[in-house]
Design a protein around this ligand. Structure first.
Ligand SMILES: [Zn+2]
Ligand SMILES: [Zn+2]
Length: 251
């Protein structure tokens, strides 16, 4: 029903990712901080040799390369200097993008979005490549492996970290106010209600809108919704884990 929002989401998340990248590149790599005389390279040669080869690789590969360089530096140079692995400053922003993509994926049906995750051509930034499904981890706040009581996640209970959370109970009010599942469901429910109010025009406020005004308003509200979700996800302290990659705690 709201399939046309896929293009809006794509634009939204692409702009967040490029925002991350531009802050990242400007904020983290200030080449002029390097003393090129000491390194023995001219600045242009340094860029040619160490920066350019990586400029055109995919986003995921860039992240892998950065991780690898960080680990190799630690392995080989730590004895010679006080070297600490520094996590990229803006990692949290990228992490929030990845969680937002996942959250949109699990809300796809409930919000009536009908986004198509099978067709890569729809996603400018190879979105399906960024879609990760958390493994033994709270689906909402990212807390990995155990709930607050220390009970390990298993197949039956793995989507929320709150103690005694019963995910079989879809009545939000049966969950405590702090429950991640409840908070997520409430957000989803309120937004679905808003979408339906606007599209049916049953409420006075939306009654006089013509079709294109209606669609514009829905797009606007959807972007607000994405923005709020993204801002909430900036607070997530963990990356998404998979069976062979542990969640990392962000600084
Ligand atoms: Zn949680
Ligand atoms: Zn709960």
């Amino acid at each position: 029903m709201y399939k046309y929002l896929q293009a809006e989401f794509n634009k939204f998340i692409t702009s967040k990712i490029s925002e991350y990248f531009s802050t990242y590149e400007e904020g983290f790599y200030d080449l002029d901080e390097l003393d090129f005389n000491n390194i023995g390279y001219k600045k242009e040669d340094f860029i040619e040799k160490f920066i350019k080869p990586f400029q055109n690789v995919s986003f995921q590969d860039k992240i892998k390369i950065l991780e690898l360089v960080s680990r190799l530096s630690y392995t080989y140079f730590r004895e010679h200097c006080e070297f600490q692995i520094t996590k990229p400053k803006y990692m949290r922003k990228f992490n929030a993008c990845i969680w937002t993509i996942f959250h949109m994926y699990i809300m796809n049906k409930a919000l009536g979005l009908n986004f198509d995750y099978s067709n890569d051509s729809i996603w400018d930034i190879e979105m399906s490549e960024y879609l990760e499904i958390p493994y033994n981890q709270c689906y909402y706040c990212g807390r990995p492996n155990k709930d607050l009581l220390g009970n390990k996640f298993n197949k039956k209970k793995k989507y929320c970290h709150t103690q005694y959370c019963d995910l079989g109970n879809t009545n939000e009010y049966a969950h405590t106010e702090q429950c991640c599942y409840r908070q997520f469901r409430m957000r989803q429910k309120l937004f679905r209600e808003l979408l339906d109010k606007i599209s049916t025009g049953k409420i006075k406020k939306y009654f006089s809108l013509n079709n294109s005004e209606r669609q514009d308003l829905i797009k606007k509200e959807f972007i607000n919704f994405c923005e709020n979700l993204y801002n909430t996800n900036l607070k997530i302290d963990y990356t998404i884990q998979s069976p062979n990659k542990y969640a990392e705690k962000l600084p």
